[in-house]
Design a protein. Structure first.
Length: 273
């Protein structure tokens, strides 16, 4: 069982956010904004899936996993709330969240389905966010020119994503989820997640008026496909998910633990005396 601490981040998101808040880079700003636009609906789905998965277990197994699930739900609910605040600020720049309505329509298709489907989808998405977290935590310099509160937001979120990456996966296994469906859902989630992220990023750039600037495309190619770029660096750990013996704990979370330990002044522990 993994002990998951629920933390309240000590930043103020009632204050405006600069249009190109990520180092003045239009592409990186649009990419991060796109990801944030997916979080409120996505995090709620993950919460519901894990809660439903726990309730489907026999009582003795529920008791063993209850604390971890509560920690997972608390962390994801905190992410959902704070990114909703962030999204409110970036919408003031004229951006429109086209991802969320599509996601809500897609999720309606899963209503009433076997809870293992929701867990498989959640586990696949959590693998993606863990890969992104590892990339971010190993390259915090990409955020060096940002406002401190926004750099804190993304690194804190990354650290917690790496911390709770096993919960949905373990629940899926505990419910007897098959390897075939785990892999099948990862293939589907890969296509959907990357397509939706890129689609919303392009939409954000178009609304921002920076889609056709050479600097935008240069940044996108460099940060996604260049040496150390997100997609290039994540290919091998992404492929590991398809191994029959895969478990999220096999991929290190040392950077997450280190960041949380070294930046404890930036958050408070919810429920602490």
């Amino acid at each position: 069982m993994t002990e998951l601490v629920v933390r309240r981040l000590l930043i103020d998101l009632d204050q405006p956010v600069a249009r190109h808040w990520c180092n003045g880079d239009a592409f990186l700003t649009a990419w991060f904004n796109a990801l944030s636009m997916s979080f409120p609906v996505g995090e709620q789905f993950f919460i519901d899936s894990v809660r439903n998965g726990l309730q489907a277990l026999p009582p003795d197994q529920q008791a063993a996993l209850k604390d971890e699930v509560q920690g997972f739900i608390g962390q994801e609910a905190t992410h959902r709330r704070i990114h909703a605040l962030f999204n409110t600020q970036i919408q003031k720049h004229g951006l429109v969240n086209a991802w969320e309505p599509r996601a809500r329509e897609r999720l309606k298709l899963l209503e009433g389905s076997d809870p293992r489907h929701g867990l498989a989808i959640t586990a696949a998405n959590e693998h993606f966010t863990a890969l992104f977290a590892e990339w971010m935590l190993s390259r915090p310099q990409f955020l060096d020119g940002c406002e401190p509160r926004l750099k804190t937001l993304w690194l804190w979120h990354s650290a917690e994503e790496a911390e709770h990456k096993c919960t949905a996966f373990d629940l899926y296994r505990a419910l007897g989820g098959s390897e075939a469906w785990r892999v099948r859902w990862m293939r589907r989630v890969t296509l959907i997640f990357l397509t939706d992220t890129l689609r919303q990023t392009v939409h954000n750039l178009r609304r921002d008026g920076t889609l056709w600037r050479w600097s935008t495309w240069r940044s996108g190619i460099h940060h996604l496909f260049g040496r150390g770029g997100l997609l290039r660096a994540s290919l091998r750990p992404w492929r590991a998910y398809f191994r029959p013996d895969f478990h999220p704990s096999q991929q290190s979370s040392d950077l997450s633990a280190t960041w949380l330990r070294e930046h404890s002044e930036l958050f408070t522990r919810v429920g602490a005396a």
